[in-house]
Design a protein around this ligand. Structure first.
Ligand SMILES: [Zn+2]
Length: 277
């Protein structure tokens, strides 16, 4: 069985990691909703969890970093984290609801306007993209200085094979997010990750904030691993293109990204109940 959303987005194969005949075993299921209020609450809670996961990963850098998820009822509006609040202190009650122009429609905090312009440009140009993550991370920003793509050095890195872009325009300029917004939007056609030279990483999902957040964590990790390998001075063995593509289809799908986030969700739900405040 393939996991397919209502919108018909192919999410990837379930059987490659789960035997569906074992129906009595506990296994995460993608939720469905009959009430839009329930779906909104679900998305807000997972957005908070994504922020908390970024805190655990030490992806904070001052007030930099923003995550967005579309509202299920009003897809031209986005839920996002409040400006100048640590990822570890984001909770359902301090999330912001904003429009394309960066106006805050719900919430008490200010919005990271420069960063939001970038998100709004991507969401506006790609109606299929529902979630997006960006942060100034140690390894992603370091790797981004090289201005090159990830190599398929492992199964994990193959998840991004022919599924990410390097963007060099307007890299490293002040207020880069504002000016780069529309160029980012163009580079995101059908891929899930961007390496912006001299700036950092960005990931998107056509499925969920969980998938966007996990692929961000994965992209940062891949940047770190490639730099570790290259620091040895030994040329790494690369997966052949057909093997890298096969791996990407099996370990790089939206569904797999969503599934990878489930242990993180379970951990946070248990250990950080103030997320739901
Ligand atoms: Zn930035």
């Amino acid at each position: 069985m393939n996991a397919v959303t209502e919108a018909g987005i192919h999410l990837g194969k379930r059987e490659s990691i789960y035997q569906p005949e074992n129906n009595d075993l506990i296994f995460p299921e993608i939720p469905t909703f009959t009430k839009v209020e329930d779906e909104r609450q679900h998305r807000k809670e997972r957005l908070v969890a994504a922020c908390r996961a970024f805190a655990i990963e030490k992806f904070d850098y001052g007030f930099a970093g923003h995550l967005t998820i579309r509202d299920p009822e009003h897809p031209n509006l986005y839920w996002t984290n409040p400006m100048a609040v640590h990822f570890d202190q984001v909770k359902v009650s301090n999330l912001l609801l904003a429009d394309h122009e960066g106006n805050v429609l719900e919430g008490k905090h200010a919005l990271n306007r420069a960063g939001f312009v970038l998100h709004a440009a991507v969401h506006e140009k790609h109606p299929d993209i529902i979630a997006m993550c960006h942060a100034h991370t140690v390894y992603g920003t370091a790797f981004a200085a090289l201005g090159k793509k990830l190599e398929p050095i492992s199964q994990d890195a193959a998840a991004f094979y022919e599924d990410h872009q390097v963007m060099c325009e307007q890299a490293g300029q002040v207020a880069v997010e504002e000016r780069a917004g529309y160029n980012f939007a163009g580079a995101l056609n059908k891929v899930k990750g961007i390496i912006h030279r001299n700036h950092g990483l960005m990931t998107v999902s056509r499925h969920s904030i969980e998938a966007a957040a996990f692929w961000f964590i994965a992209l940062e990790r891949c940047c770190k691993q490639q730099m570790l390998v290259e620091s040895t001075g030994i040329k790494p063995n690369l997966l052949p293109p057909e093997v890298a593509r096969y791996s990407r289809e099996h370990v790089g799908s939206e569904y797999i990204g969503w599934l990878h986030f489930q242990p993180i969700w379970g951990y946070l739900k248990e250990n950080q109940p103030d997320m739901f405040d």
